[in-house]
Each structure stands twice: as structure tokens, then as C-alpha cells.
Design a protein around this ligand. Structure first.
Ligand code: C5P
Length: 331
């Protein structure tokens, strides 16, 4: 086998409930992940040495050294397959990005998931999805979900993933912002807001219960997803990182307000931001929102996407994506 390509989706969080910081520096989460039809492609080919090249959206911002998540995924997979043994040959990893970097869409995690799936095939290792998920969990909080895709509840750091039942599909508009937001910085800002709020005591509702004491996804959101009710999904979107992201990037307030003005059923910062996600009634409404957001100049660019999208999959030879991917039209 000479080359294997895997395609992998971006995600938005329909619920992101963040608990206090843990001893390992991560936060306990209760989240509802939702994969959307904005895809990166990762191609792996045998080579003398390991290497990674990146083209497309935000390519210049992706590290090409050993910290690259796709390279780390390939190394972790070969170590899991043959512990302590050096691989006879390296792997050249080529990443074609459409998911912006550090945008709250888990693009780096997606690339790691795609590298796992592609190298598993290239090296004929034959690990099952649950076996790959175990390796994914050690690579980053969102890698497991990128493997599985669809819509799923995430617990722990986000790596304990259980698929959720969803009817129908949902039309989203993503608004990409200029520049990136650092996920650790957004979590740190959220911690500061939490400390300030809890310090104010009972008058503001008092200290919140740690998230791990509840471990419950939002039942109204899950019921809306099961029923295929976009209006109810829109009403029940939530993101604990949003106040922190808005504090760091006040301009996002205008972007969210603009989407609501154009009738979005829900408007939310995606993960740690700065991408904003807007839920539309249908495809036509999504186009209207996309055109309106573009016209108001509140964002760098927009994309119309569908969710839920499948997780990381091998692209059969000869079926590499055209520049416009299914359901993921940019406006
Ligand atoms: O796991 P990943 O490298 O994608 O996470 C990026 C950063 O986001 C972490 O280093 C951490 O600062 C923050 N994070 C967190 N709690 C989580 C997930 C991510 O604090 N559950």
C-alpha cells in the first residue's frame, strides 16, 4: 500500500459545562459534542523518516515538529502495536486543512484522529475503533470524539465518549474570526471568572457544585436532539467557556448578536472560540444567515455545514474530496 487518506470532521459543543481545574491541569467536563461537515484530510505514505506537511486554512500556524498531534498519533499507534520496537520505516503525513487552527473546532484533535485511522490502515495493524479510542484518549481531550463523530456526550476531560441519539440533521453557519484563541488561556480566564463569582458568595447564587458531582448532560438538550427539534436545540445550547472567550475577544458579542438578529435559533461560541456557531431552521435560512453575517463584517469568513457528520473515515482511492465538500459549502 502506498498512500492512505482519512477524512475527519470539525466539532462544535452543544453543551460545554466546565468544572474546577483538576490536579493534572485539565477540567472535568460534561459536554455534548456534535461533528459538522467541515473536513480536514490526512494522507499518510511510507517514507524514510517521519515528517508532516500542512496546506490550506491556517497551514502556517500548525507546528511541524514532534509536538504535531498527527505525528504524535502515528508514534503512539506504532508503540501500541509493537511496544518498545522501532518502526522499520517512517511515515510522511500530509494534512489538507479546511478546519481553522485554534478556532474552537478541535482541528488539531481531528488531525490526530485521522492519522490514527490512516496509519492503522497503512501499516495493516487492524486495531478496532474502541482500541484506537484508547490511544486517542492519551493524545488529547477531543481526539476520541473526532474518531467516533456524530453527536455524543463527553465526560472526564472529554475523552469518555458515549454516542447520543439524534433525529434529523441540523443546519449550521460557522463564522470564522480573525486570529486564534489559546484553549489553555480561555480555560484560565474561565477559572478567574469562576473564582470571582464564587468569592461573591450567596448573593450571586453561591459556589457552584463541582461538575463531577452532577455528571449529567442537559436533559432538555438531549430530548430536543432525540426529537429532531432544532428550535429546542437552539434554546438549549450552552457553553461555560463563552463568557471567558467574550472577555478575551469582545468583538464576538457583536457577531453573536448579529446572528440572533437574523433569526438564528441559537448562537454560541464554539468550544474555546473564537469561531461562532449559529443554528438555522433549514438550508435556506442557513444561506440567509451566512449572507447576512458576511454583509455585516462581523467575521473573517463563513461556512455552511451540516451536523451530525461521521467521524474519521478512510477515503477510498480515487474519491479524494473536491474543493467543495458535501454539505460544507462556504458562502
Ligand atoms: O487535550 P487538549 O490538548 O486538546 O487540550 C488543550 C488544553 O485545553 C489543555 O492543555 C488544557 O489547558 C485545556 N483543557 C482543559 N480541560 C479539558 C480539556 C482541555 O483544561 N477538559
Amino acid at each position: 500500500m502506498t498512500a492512505v487518506t482519512a477524512r475527519v470532521p470539525a466539532k462544535v459543543n452543544l453543551q460545554l459545562t466546565v468544572g474546577p481545574v483538576r490536579p493534572d491541569g485539565y477540567h472535568d467536563l460534561v459536554t455534548v459534542f456534535h461533528a459538522v461537515s467541515l473536513y480536514d484530510e490526512v494522507t499518510v505514505t511510507p517514507a524514510q523518516r517521519d515528517s508532516v506537511t500542512v496546506t490550506g486554512e491556517g497551514a502556517g500556524e500548525v507546528p511541524l515538529d514532534g509536538s504535531n498531534l498527527a505525528l504524535r498519533a502515528a508514534a503512539a499507534l506504532s508503540e501500541a502495536a509493537a511496544p518498545g520496537k522501532r518502526r522499520a520505516r517512517g511515515v510522511a503525513i500530509r494534512i489538507r486543512k479546511r478546519i481553522p487552527v485554534a478556532a474552537g473546532l478541535a482541528g488539531g484533535s481531528a488531525n490526530a484522529a485521522a492519522a490514527l485511522v490512516a496509519c492503522n490502515e497503512l501499516w495493516r495493524i487492524g486495531l478496532s475503533q474502541p482500541e484506537l479510542a484508547e490511544i486517542a484518549a492519551g493524545l488529547g481531550a477531543d481526539v476520541t470524539f473526532a474518531l467516533i463523530g456524530g453527536t455524543a456526550v463527553g465526560l472526564g476531560r472529554g475523552e469518555q465518549v458515549t454516542p447520543a441519539l439524534v433525529s434529523g440533521s441540523y443546519h449550521w453557519v460557522l463564522a470564522f474570526a480573525d486570529g486564534a484563541l489559546s484553549t489553555p488561556e480561555v480555560y484560565a480566564a474561565a477559572d478567574r471568572l469562576r473564582t470571582a463569582r464564587d468569592g461573591r458568595g450567596a448573593g450571586t447564587g453561591g459556589p457552584r457544585k463541582p461538575v463531577d458531582a452532577a455528571h449529567e448532560p442537559d436533559s432538555a438538550l438531549l430530548a430536543a436532539l432525540r426529537a429532531g427539534d432544532p428550535a429546542a436545540v437552539g434554546r438549549n445550547l450552552s457553553n461555560d467557556l463563552q463568557p471567558a472567550a467574550l472577555g478575551l475577544r469582545p468583538g464576538l458579542r457583536r457577531a453573536l448578536a448579529a446572528g440572533r438578529e437574523f433569526g438564528a435559533l441559537g448562537a454560541i461560541v464554539s468550544g474555546s472560540g473564537p469561531t461562532c456557531a449559529y443554528l438555522a431552521r433549514d438550508a435556506h435560512h442557513a444561506r440567509e444567515i451566512a449572507v447576512a453575517l458576511t454583509g455585516t463584517g462581523v467575521c473573517r469568513s463563513v461556512a455552511r455545514v451540516l451536523g451530525p457528520a461521521p467521524g474519521a473515515v478512510i477515503v477510498p482511492a480515487g474519491q479524494r474530496s473536491p474543493s467543495r465538500l458535501p454539505g460544507g459549502g462556504t458562502n
